[in-house]
Each structure stands twice: as C-alpha cells, then as structure tokens.
Write a protein that binds this ligand. Structure first.
Ligand code: B12
Ligand code: SF4
Length: 454
C-alpha cells in the first residue's frame, strides 16, 4: 500500500510498457543506483519515493496500471506534495523516459524534471542538446553532495524554475554507499520477504580495460568498502529477510586476509538465513584458493564469470587478455573443482562481437562443450554509449545510432550496422541451438531471434 507522508521527490526507473504489461520479472531486486539517490535526498531532509519494477509489481494500488505513465500519475495524485520527478535513464529505455517526460511537461508544467543514470553519463552532450526540452536538469555520473544541495535548494525555494542545468557528478565521492535504509520503503509491499538484495563490497573495476564496458565511466576509480560499512549493511539486509543476497565484489580481489574476514563475517551472520549467495567475478581473479574460502560458507554459492569469448583476436579487440592453452586448462580444472565442491559456476558469453567470424564463435562453442554442464548466459553484444568501443565504431562509421532508439525492440539492441547485426543475431541463434538450456539476455521474446526479421 502507498503510505502517508509528504513525499516531495519521486524517483523513477522506467523500463518499457511491454514489461509493465508482462509483469514477468520474478526475482527483481530494488534498483541499486536509484536507491542511493533516494537515500541521499532523504539524508538531506526530503521525503522521497522510488518507483521501479519492484514497486510496480508489488504495490497494490499500482497493480492495475498498464503503463509507466499511468503509474506515475497515480502516485502524483496520491502525493500532491511531489515537486520533483527524477528519472534514471538506461539507453534501452530512453524513449520511454522521453515520452513520459514530454507528457509530464504538458500536464504538470510545475514539476521539476531531472534526468540521471547510465545513459546521461554515456551521452551527456547529446542528451543536453538533443533532449533538453524534456528536463530541467541532467546529471552525469555519480550523485554527489553538491548536486543534492543544488536540487534541494530548488525544492526549498518552491515555484519558478531556474535555468536548465547540466550537472556533473563527482565519481570520486560516491556518497550513497549505505543504501540498505532505503529498502524500508519497500517493506509494506513485499510481504516481509525480499526476493533479492544487493550487497556491494567494492565500487568500480580494478581492471577497467575492457573496451565494451562502462564500469569506469559509471563508477570511477576502484574502491574497496570498509568493513564497518559492510557489517552495517549486512545486518540491515539480513533484517529484511531476503531469499537471496547478491554479493557484488569486483572481483573477489581482496587479499586473502581481508577476503577471509569478509567471508567469515557474512558466514557467521547469515549462513542460516540466506538461501543463496551470488556473486560476479572475472577470469583474471578467480582461483581455486578463493573458491575454497567461499566453500567454507554453509550456503549455496553461485558465481558468474564474464568469459565473453575465447577467440584471442576478439578478446584483444575487446581489451581483454587473450587466453592461452594453459589458462583454459586451469579454468577447466576450476570448473571441475567447483562442480565437486557444490559451487555453481555460470558464464556470461557474448556473441555478435563486431568483426566476429564463424570460426570465432565455433571456438567458443567447442570450449563450452568441453566444460560440460554449466550455467550459461548468452548475450548479444551491445555497444554502450560512452565506451571506447562505441567511440571507435562511431569514428569508423559502423554504428547505427538509430537502433538505440528503436521502440519496437527495446531490449534487443545492438548498435552495429545492418549486415553486422544480422550476422550477430545468426551467431547468437546458432549458439542457442547448440545450448538450448542457455539463458538469453537481451531478448524478451525468442521470436526476435529470427534473422532478417524487421
Ligand atoms: C547490477 C546491474 C544490474 C542488475 C540490477 C540490480 C539492481 N537492482 O540495481 C540487473 C542484473 C537486474 C541489471 C539489469 C539490467 N541492466 Co544492468 N547493470 C548492473 C551494473 C553491473 C551495476 C549497476 C549499479 O549498481 N551501478 C552502481 C550505481 C551506484 O550506479 P548507477 O546505477 O549508475 O547510479 C548512480 C548514477 O548513475 C546516478 N543516477 C542514477 N540514476 C539517477 C537518477 C537521477 C534523477 C539522478 C540525479 C542521478 C542518478 O546516481 C547514482 C549514484 O551515484 C551496471 C554496470 C555498472 N557498473 O554500473 C549495469 C548496467 C546499468 N545495466 C545495463 C543494462 C542495459 C541492463 C538491462 C537493460 C539489461 C537487459 N537487457 O535486461 C537490465 C535492466 C533491468 C532494469 N529493470 O533496470 C547497462 C546500462 C547501459 C546503458 N547505457 O544504459 C549497464 C551500464 C551495464 C552495461 N554497460 O552493460 N543490471
Ligand atoms: S567487463 Fe568486467 S573486467 Fe572488464 S572492465 Fe568491465 S567490469 Fe572490469
């Protein structure tokens, strides 16, 4: 149920109306970044509500809403004190945000509209010049205190809009580390059990070299969280009774002493409460020794690793270290060890990397076959705005920017031009034929895979 209170700020992470209709996502976690933003506003004294897929799915008053616009207007009606609406914009959903913002502009010109998030960070110039009619302020990068202060002063002054503003957040001072308190707002909706919560022990990536990845752009320098913070967050997270905690550590890189301390702390506090631990790691950092530490936990572990491809040519192009036979043998051994030790390993594999040839995808498929039964998540390559790969392909005129803004296929976008896209889809489809059990990311519907479909 929507509660009482004088909400002043509404923060929205809209996906697509298709997803609203389907309400298909089962294990949603509250939006991490947007909750940091919410917590920052709350700490500055402004009552704030987050509207994300989780809320849309679980909040009784919003259950009948068929679109994000419907849900937003319902919330605005319920809380007449809302003066500011902030959107977290993901590139895939930029069109939805654009449409909602235009409508809000027309119907509620009094509202102050702010855009932020990965899309604004990746394409800030384009956003500022192209979409500026739809917002009053755009924030690139992490939200720092000066931005909260600026936006807060507008809320305090009330009435009369200041000039359109472009604000650059400081990635070095991410203020929102502790976001668990922010989950309180979901308590009324989740019937006492959170399906999934996220606990982060690091910020950014220590490698930061992959040319397709936006980690550096979005999270800045690599930072380890301090133990006290992790303890507080963990205590709080456990009190929410989660079914699953996602432990985000990039990438299990703490030296063994620290790592052991964290793992034993988590284990001590929560092993009997949490069904499943889940974390991401990279090929560079994973080792049997680290996994042996993890196994000391009594809970089940699932570890996802970004393999992407084993083709050395493509790996070089992506800025990833090529893997030699020794690396592959070591990795195979690690997978076998994990299987015996009850640690589930999953792999992210990408198809449709620009310049990919049949022999590249065949090489990867053959390697996966040799690994035996393993959880696989196949992704169709996306070229994200702001990344080095994006800039390179843009300079070579190989990017079709329009495809980002294709409303019909919001979740199935890759930015490479025509033929490349068809080829990419063909490799992806072929890989899925070989491994029908693999999960697909980036596709809502299998039909989207049919090559040549418009
Ligand atoms: C964990 C994660 C997930 C988790 C989400 C967990 C969760 N509940 O939050 C899962 C697996 C569910 C997920 C799903 C998806 N994800 Co994701 N995800 C990430 C990842 C690895 C970390 C996100 C994060 O926590 N960042 C740290 C936080 C602090 O940063 P942030 O969210 O950007 O927020 C900060 C600022 O941007 C800013 N900000 C953000 N919003 C706003 C709004 C306002 C008003 C203001 C002022 C400021 C502001 O302030 C925040 C605090 O500093 C990022 C990569 C990355 N390193 O960021 C990709 C990433 C965000 N995901 C991405 C994508 C594409 C998706 C999917 C669309 C994939 C798909 N096809 O299904 C879905 C979308 C689902 C959904 N409903 O949102 C892309 C977005 C690219 C882009 N250009 O838009 C990213 C960048 C990864 C990538 N490069 O591929 N994702
Ligand atoms: S893909 Fe993974 S290892 Fe590479 S820069 Fe991004 S987060 Fe780091």
């Amino acid at each position: 149920m929507l509660g009482t209170g004088n909400i002043q700020v509404l923060l929205v992470l809209p996906t697509t109306d298709e997803l609203v209709k389907l309400k298909q996502r089962s294990a949603l976690a509250p939006a991490y970044g947007l909750n940091i933003v919410a917590e920052s506003f709350r700490q500055a004294g402004y009552e704030t509500m987050v509207l994300d897929e989780f809320m849309l799915k679980h909040c009784r008053e919003l259950q009948d809403c068929k679109s994000w616009v419907g849900a937003i207007f319902k919330v605005l009606q319920y809380y007449p004190g809302i003066k500011m609406v902030g959107f977290s914009v993901l590139t895939n959903f930029r069109k939805t945000v654009l449409n909602i913002s235009r409508l809000l502009r027309m119907q509620r010109p009094d509202l102050y509209i702010v855009w932020g998030g990965p899309h604004v960070t990746g394409l800030h110039k384009e956003i500022f010049f192209g979409d500026a009619g739809c917002f009053d302020a755009a924030v690139s990068g992490a939200l720092d205190k000066s931005i909260v202060k600026y936006l807060g002063s507008w809320l305090d002054a009330g009435g009369g809009k200041p000039q359109l503003k472009f604000l650059e957040g400081s990635l070095s001072q991410n203020i929102g580390w502790e976001l668990a308190p922010s989950y309180d707002q979901y308590l009324d909706f989740c019937e006492g059990v959170f399906p999934r919560l996220i606990l982060r022990t690091t910020q950014g990536c220590p490698w930061g070299k992959c040319k397709f990845c936006s980690a550096r752009l979005l999270e800045g320098e690599y930072v380890l969280c301090d133990h006290e913070k992790i303890t507080r967050e963990l205590d709080r997270a456990i009190s929410y009774n989660p079914g699953r905690i996602e432990f985000h550590d990039q990438d299990l890189l703490w030296d063994d002493r620290h790592f052991k301390r964290i793992i034993s702390m988590i284990s001590e506090k929560s092993s009997h409460r949490i069904e499943e631990f889940y974390c991401h790691a990279s090929m560079e950092s994973i080792s049997i020794e680290k996994l042996a530490l993890i196994r000391e936990l009594s809970s089940t572990w699932k570890i996802f690793i970004g393999l992407e491809t084993i083709s050395s040519r493509l790996r070089r192009q992506l800025g990833k270290k090529p893997l030699n036979n020794h690396d592959l043998a070591k990795f195979t051994e690690l997978v076998e060890w994990s299987r015996k030790s009850n640690i589930e390993i999953g792999l992210y594999v990408m198809f449709g990397i620009p310049g990919e040839k049949p022999e590249d995808s065949k090489m990867t498929i053959d390697f996966l076959k040799r690994l035996g039964n393993i959880e696989l998540c196949f992704l169709l390559m996306k070229v994200f705005p702001g990344t080095p790969l994006y800039r390179k392909l843009l300079a070579e005129n190989k990017l079709s920017r329009d495809i980002w803004f294709d409303e019909e296929r919001p979740d199935m976008v890759t930015a490479v031009e025509g033929h490349e896209l068809e080829r990419a889809k063909a490799y992806w489809a072929h890989a899925l034929e070989e491994f029908p059990q693999a999960k697909m990311r980036n596709a809502i519907d299998k039909k989207m895979l049919s090559v040549g479909e418009q």
